[in-house]
Design a protein around this ligand. Structure first.
Ligand code: SAH
Ligand code: SF4
Length: 367
């Protein structure tokens, strides 16, 4: 059995070194080769003893998901479709901007939380991604951005400086693997990103928000999308389990350990559903006690969604109400339109839902 070293954080890699009769500190050396230099062949790890390189070659591999497609949009946004077995695929998007490069990373194949306006949610849940598949997205992005010529403004735009866990899936529903991947993103021997530049986006899994605060507090974005429980129950079904009052209290607790002194509330703008003046005013009242910023996301349509994007005028009025109440509010630019690389459009491929079917069968069996 070969071991995929991309599946390990520092602790796992140290344990692995001990298992094969090496000193645990070798883990840091290995981490640099794997994550900073993107090396896959142990023979090339020139500061390791030849005997160790041979041993590693015999028992281990460094294996990321395979790239199925790689598209660059007119605005420089780049999207990779990655194969993760059984006909399933996930998507990763790189968004270059003047002063940063943001990678949007997926955490699951599909999503069980079934938000009604989300194409990932509509596809249902297949499985959690492994650590190798999550950190592999950053590994692949760094490697390919380095190696391929690319119509970006400058070299500075070809570096991943920020990660947002806003691709397919609910990161906090795949807690252990996501946290191990986050640890690697932050580790100076791996990617060395600042905690403030790594953001987890959640639809509001309250107990896991508390665990994240304890284990690995990074920047937090919360998908609010509605100013009251009755509307949020419809749009984000997990709200029935963790309603707004409970969710906002969890946000307050998170802030005691967060690297930033605000929570980002995401709010998808759905025409005639959650975008009225009254909704904006209700939202201002709702978040009164939580230091926060808003990110309004114009709805990205997909076939059969049943929703429409709010008009630019409605979005502007909504934003003005929040701004006048003192909240920093941004409207997310729609990037990579020509390659369907925007939020909620990361359809990927969820072909094999056998697990979901099996899970449902079990649920019915115990009822
Ligand atoms: N599961 C996490 C993160 C992934 S989605 C979450 O729900 O927060 C990242 C953001 O895109 C979330 O705010 C999500 O609600 C939003 N989103 C989903 N579908 C969308 C769509 N079709 N148009 C615009 N935003 C969408
Ligand atoms: Fe899952 Fe997030 Fe989509 Fe909701 S919005 S279904 S939590 S990926």
């Amino acid at each position: 059995m070969t071991t995929n070293l991309l599946d390990y954080g520092l602790k796992g890699l140290s344990d692995f070194c001990v298992e094969i009769g090496e000193k645990p500190f070798r883990a840091k050396q290995l981490m640099r080769w794997i994550h900073q230099f993107g090396i896959t062949d142990f023979v090339d790890m020139s500061d390791l003893a030849k005997s160790l390189r041979e041993k590693l070659t015999a028992v281990a591999v460094i294996e990321s998901p395979q790239i199925t497609s790689d598209h660059v949009a007119a605005d420089g946004t780049r999207k990779w479709l990655l194969a993760v077995g059984a006909g399933n695929g996930i998507e990763t998007v790189f968004i270059p901007e003047a002063n940063r490069g943001t990678l949007c990373v997926s955490s699951q194949v599909g999503c069980a939380l079934a938000c009604t306006f989300c194409s990932t949610g509509k596809q249902g849940f297949n499985r959690n991604l492994t650590v190798a598949e999550i950190i592999g997205q950053l590994w692949i992005a760094n490697k390919t951005l380095r190696e391929t010529s690319y119509n970006c403004d400058s070299d500075a735009n070809r570096i991943v400086t920020n990660v947002v866990m806003m691709g397919m899936g609910e990161p906090l529903a795949n807690f252990e693997n996501v946290v191990t991947a986050l640890d690697l993103m932050l580790d100076d021997h791996a990617y060395g990103l600042s905690r403030r530049r790594v953001t987890v986006s959640t639809s509001g899994l309250v107990p896991a928000m508390d665990r994240l605060r304890e284990r690995c507090p990074v920047a937090l974005a919360v998908s609010l999308h509605a100013p009251n429980d009755s509307l949020r129950d419809q749009l984000v079904p997990i709200n029935k389990k963790y309603p707004l009052e409970v969710l906002l209290a969890a946000c307050q607790r998170y802030l005691t350990a967060a690297p930033r002194d605000f929570i980002t509330f995401e709010y998808v703008m759905l025409d005639g559903v959650n975008d009225s003046l009254a909704h904006a005013r209700e939202l201002v009242e709702l978040v009164r006690d939580v230091p926060c910023k808003f990110n309004l996301i114009p709805f990205n349509s997909f076939p059969g969604s049943g929703f429409k994007r709010s008009s630019s005028a409605a979005i502007e009025v909504f934003r003005d109400v929040l701004m006048q109440a003192g909240y920093v509010t941004t409207v997310r630019k729609t990037r990579g339109d020509d390659i369907s690389a925007a939020c909620g459009q990361l359809a990927g491929q969820v072909k094999d839902k056998t697990r979901r079917t099996a899970m449902n069968a079990r649920v019915h069996a115990v009822k």
